[in-house]
Design a protein around this ligand. Structure first.
Ligand SMILES: [Zn+2]
Length: 468
């Protein structure tokens, strides 16, 4: 599909590396040139369409490396389909997601990947890739890892939590890490000691501690830190890199910092919910706390400072959403009277870019760090760079014209995610996407959706660009 030539004029182009007043020329699906605004070169460009970005930022489309559209969990499914979830992502200025295909126990990686391709293909508003969740590490699935790396599914998520569902024991984890050390894959870890947590869950329920806030209490910080430590040591033994997903506890950040100080290929991700929400939300009365049940859990507010510090020091290098929405009515409900039956997950794919921009305004991170955490580093980490994550000649024209002055209130009444509540209801933020391009096509403009299901295509990924 061709979209002719488009020029974006008069904006401040911000990438992880630079901020410059430049015009951007797009031909078809790709960026072909940048030139200083007002320069003879830029003025000479002729285009079929001009987008005026005066007083706006021109930034790479967001890369959300952690989403779960339609994920089966706890007897139900995440409420966003690939169609609704990617449309919401586009509204929020995110133009690539990397979602998780799931291997079920007793089945091959191939079957899981095929099933997720079938869910996504023809339905996405923006481009997408897949990680592979390994629930069953066997001789066969270990061999399949090599094939998946070759076809662009280059990262594998393992769980130290959820015994009986996604859980892998240390031996299986070690085997998968050894395999990835050989094939270039990146192991992503859900680091919580699920065996110990299940004991605490049983004891809490026996003591009639059934409210949502106990979800946060039984999933102890130390059990996140312990699992993070163990995962790091297993990766060292295997000689493999490690990416720890959704880090929430200060003690887990400390484990990552220590590993990184040793020069290890260990990387950490956190999510907006851990930066902006806390156990105060989990303790909201009348079961409202269920809206904030996710794993790892929200932590006491004091942990936020350590997360922001980690984001500045690069001990945490990616902010993804772990978008996994369940409606309050009809889904979160399943856990009334038993917090362990509340489906785990929060909506957020639409909110991430704006919350991180707000974090910049609040003094937590610089403007370029905002782009680094939300676009460039996830693209590099998961083999999408420089096609995604930056604005440069040759890159896909995944570009957001971002109005940094547009103040609005986040709400379920106005968001586009297919879920009946917002985790950020009533929160005022300044700055949001005005015009969003995906591979040269305008998919969102001024609050209106102009894209279509099926525009987004599967993107095969290279291996992680950070390994030394
Ligand atoms: Zn997840």
């Amino acid at each position: 599909m061709t979209h002719g030539r488009t020029v974006i004029r008069n904006g401040l182009v911000i990438t992880a590396a630079d901020e410059l007043h430049a015009d951007v020329l797009i031909d078809g699906e790709r960026v072909v040139a940048l030139a200083a605004t007002g320069s003879p070169e830029a003025q000479a460009w002729r285009a079929d369409r001009t987008i005026d970005a005066t007083d706006c930022y021109v930034i790479p489309g967001g890369v959300d490396a952690h989403t779960h559209m339609e994920l089966p969990f706890g007897g139900t499914f995440a409420s966003d389909t690939f169609e609704t979830g990617t449309r919401a992502a586009a509204f929020g200025g995110t133009t690539t997601i990397v979602d998780f295909a799931v291997q079920s126990v007793g089945h091959s990686l191939r079957e899981g990947l095929d099933a997720w391709h079938a869910k996504a293909q023809g339905n996405c508003a923006i481009d997408y890739g897949f990680h592979m969740i390994m629930s069953d590490v066997t001789e066969q699935s270990l061999k399949e890892m090599d094939l998946l790396v070759e076809e662009g599914v280059t990262s594998f998520k393992l769980f130290m939590a959820y015994p009986g569902v996604f859980y892998s024991d240390d031996g299986r984890i070690l085997r998968a890490m050894q395999r990835s050390a050989g094939n270039g894959g990146l192991i992503m870890m859900h680091a919580e000691n699920g065996i110990a947590i299940d004991v605490l869950v049983e004891q809490a329920l026996a003591a009639r501690h059934t409210d949502p806030r106990y979800h946060g209490e039984v999933r102890r910080e130390l059990l996140e830190a312990e699992a993070t430590h163990r995962a790091i040591q297993l990766a060292r033994v295997a000689g493999s890199p490690l990416y720890v997903v959704h880090v929430s506890a200060e003690q887990a950040v400390a484990e990552l910092a220590q590993a990184r100080d040793l020069g290890l290929n260990v990387f950490g991700e956190t999510c907006p919910q851990y930066l902006f929400l806390s156990t105060d939300n989990l303790a909201e009365p009348d079961f409202e706390g269920a809206k904030y049940v996710c794993s790892t859990p929200l932590r006491p507010r004091e942990h936020q400072a350590a997360l922001w510090r980690g984001l500045r020091t690069n001990d945490l290098s990616v902010v993804s959403t772990d978008h996994c929405p369940f409606c309050f009515v009809g889904q979160k409900d399943l856990g009334r009277g038993d917090f362990s039956k509340i489906p785990n997950g929060l909506p957020g794919v639409e909110n991430r870019m704006d919350l991180l921009h707000q974090a910049h305004l609040d003094g937590h991170i610089s403007r370029r760090r905002w782009i680094e955490l939300a676009c460039a580093t996830p693209a590099r980490m998961f083999g999408l760079y420089p096609r995604k994550g930056t604005i440069a000649p040759g890159a896909d024209a995944d570009i957001v014209v971002f109005d940094p002055h547009d103040r609005y209130t986040m709400s379920a009444a106005t968001h586009h995610m297919n879920v009946d509540y917002s985790a950020y209801e009533g929160r005022q933020v300044t700055g949001r996407a005005r015009t969003v391009l995906s591979r040269g096509a305008v998919v969102v403009d001024g609050g209106e959706y102009l894209g279509h299901a099926g525009h987004g295509t599967f993107v095969p990924r290279a291996t992680c660009a950070y390994l030394n």
